[in-house]
Design a protein around this ligand. Sequence first.
Ligand SMILES: NC(=O)c1ccc[n+]([C@@H]2O[C@H](COP(=O)([O-])OP(=O)(O)OC[C@H]3O[C@@H](n4cnc5c(N)ncnc54)[C@H](OP(=O)(O)O)[C@@H]3O)[C@@H](O)[C@H]2O)c1
Length: 308
Amino acid sequence: MIFIAGATGFVGRHLLRGLKAGGYRARCLVRSEEGVRFCHELGFEACRGDITDRKSLEGKLEGTRIVIHLVGIIRERDKGGFDKVHVEGTGNLVDEAKASGTERFFFQSALGADPGSPFKYLRTKAQAEEIVKRSGIPYTIFRPSLIIGPGDGFTENVKELLRLGPVVPVPGDGEARFQPLFIDDWVRCILEVLDNEAFENRVIEIGGPEHLTYNQMLKTIMKEMGMSKPILHVPPAVTKAGLPFVGILRSIGRRFGVKMPDVSSEQIDLLQTDNITDPDAVERLFGFRPAGFEEAIRKALGDQPDKT
Ligand SMILES: NC(=O)c1ccc[n+]([C@@H]2O[C@H](COP(=O)([O-])OP(=O)(O)OC[C@H]3O[C@@H](n4cnc5c(N)ncnc54)[C@H](OP(=O)(O)O)[C@@H]3O)[C@@H](O)[C@H]2O)c1
């Protein structure tokens, strides 16, 4: 039996479908009744809990052998910041895993995780990695670049951005490089590591087969959406200064059914920074060639996210 935290998110939902197809049994930690329903409909167990609340995890891992920890946030919110969710939350889950005799711990970190990173998202991911490594439980840590597929946050935000006006505002020069990985390929990789001792106690950087700039990704998405708009490069400081107004516009837009992308100041800075690894990483480690960005984005745009 596999215990999954973060099963209701973009990555988790796709993982559940992969696990179902593979005949796995799983118990998912969820925070809402909707999450319970989603897991039950796929034939998995669900239990209510929050990784930032140690007591809510007690006994929930009993009878499970493998933990998959996918919980993460990209923006700090009122209820929990990076320290609370990434560091404290991972500590709670690791403590409960130790108490329950977990045999294998999988943690989803992020490419660029580094205790010395200028970004809190990446610093706290590195701190969480350390907690997992020190747990004494055999672990595998994935550090993916962007993951693309139906319902992914990146494509959803870009879609909203592209629909907003006659030009596409891009903070900075848009030349930072990313290495998008198709979600089905990520699922294939994790299914490969779960019971494979060769991947024990390893930190694995993965990404798709191409290094692409933000500008290139935007152009591909526009092409696949059948639109062409000029890109307007805006200094990051100007974009950040406008964020409070974006917040106001978002709430007005919601009333009229107009969606606007939700980004933080740190995300704007992350867009200026390369987030890449070896383009052959998946082929070298897992023996198959992952889908390119064009194919991934076509599938992301073509299939509606399953929000049942
Ligand atoms: N997507 C990417 O491109 C990408 C790239 C690199 C790394 N990652 C990492 O991959 C993981 C999954 O990403 P994602 O895109 O699937 O994120 P996501 O869609 O935002 O999903 C996050 C999941 O975590 C759950 N969660 C958040 N706070 C929680 C808490 N305090 N206790 C219990 N559950 C909590 C959410 O539950 P609710 O449904 O209740 O909100 C949801 O199931 C994250 O760790 C992320 O940092 C993602």
